[in-house]
Design a protein around this ligand. Structure first.
Ligand code: ADP
Ligand code: MG
Length: 259
């Protein structure tokens, strides 16, 4: 009788798709016997391995789905280089509480000041919490939606942008949108707002200039801002471009090096 059940343990785990638990069964069972674990300790330990492996797999898939241009972490962000940015704010954002509050995060400032870096780092944290994320440049997103509209598959494309738990909308306002593009971007913002799905947005344009962003349509721009800012944290990043600073530094060091 007991022999049959022992064989059932492995095949049962296999059959239920608990492949990691199946792989670890023998070694965990041996340890359990050697260390005189309780039955529930044994089961909990075995499941922990399975759950951990599943989570890792989920995070990996989330990051693949995200189409991040590159991977950045908050730990890689040099806070000293950006003294105007309150470190407590970064810590608060890192809790990803904004997700549960359906709060949008908007980074405004000149190029090279780390807006995209921080946006990506926040998205990675959200992916690590097990959620789907998606990254898109505003202009790419607008072009893709326009094409989808022309090809009668707008709904599907829209779902890609509204279903992920977090959307990073990068570089809003760098390139002007036409009327169709503007209204499609507006639709994305509306749908996400209604579904309480937050957006992390970066822009080099002050809100006062957003009519330009929305193809000169001031009414649409203010309706978009209304939804975006209703629950939001707006972060103004000032200061010099980190890229240029690095370049200047490298230049200065080269000048000091003879030959
Ligand atoms: P923005 O989106 O504001 O134009 P980015 O986030 O693209 O700027 O930053 C430009 C480059 O400089 C990126 O490679 C980014 O990782 C780096 N960078 C910017 N600010 C910092 C910082 N404070 N610490 C470390 N790297 C930074
Ligand atoms: Mg950027």
């Amino acid at each position: 009788m007991s022999v049959a059940y022992e064989a059932r343990a492995a095949s049962g785990l296999e059959g239920l798709g608990l492949t990691v638990a199946r792989e670890q069964l023998d070694s965990v069972a041996q340890r359990a016997a050697a260390e005189a674990w309780s039955y529930s300790h044994f089961l909990g330990f075995l499941l922990e391995g399975e759950l951990h492996a599943r989570h890792e797999r989920t995070v990996k898939l989330n990051l693949q789905f995200a189409r991040l241009p590159y991977l950045k972490r908050l730990e890689d962000f040099d806070r000293q280089a950006q003294p105007g940015l309150d470190p407590r704010l970064l810590d608060e954002l890192a809790t990803t509480r904004f997700l549960d509050e359906a709060r949008n995060i908007v980074f405004l400032g000149p190029p090279g000041t780390g807006k995209t870096h921080i946006a990506i780092a926040l998205a990675v944290l959200v992916a690590e919490r097990g959620h789907r994320i998606y990254f898109a440049h505003a202009i790419d997103l607008a072009r893709r939606l326009t094409q989808a509209l022309a090809e009668n598959r707008l709904r599907r494309e829209m779902n890609n942008l509204t279903r992920p738990r977090l959307l990073v909308l990068d570089e809003v306002g760098y390139l002007a949108l036409d009327t169709t593009q503007a209204s499609l971007l507006f639709q994305v913002l509306c749908e996400r707002y209604e579904r309480r799905q937050p957006v992390v947005l970066t822009s080099n344009k002050a809100f006062a200039d957003w009519a330009h962003v929305f193809a000169g349509d001031a009414v649409m721009a203010s309706a978009a801002l209304d939804r975006l800012l209703h629950r939001s944290t707006v972060v103004h990043i000032r200061g010099d471009s980190y890229r240029l600073k690095e370049k200047r530094q490298a230049g200065a060091e080269a000048a000091l090096t003879p030959g």
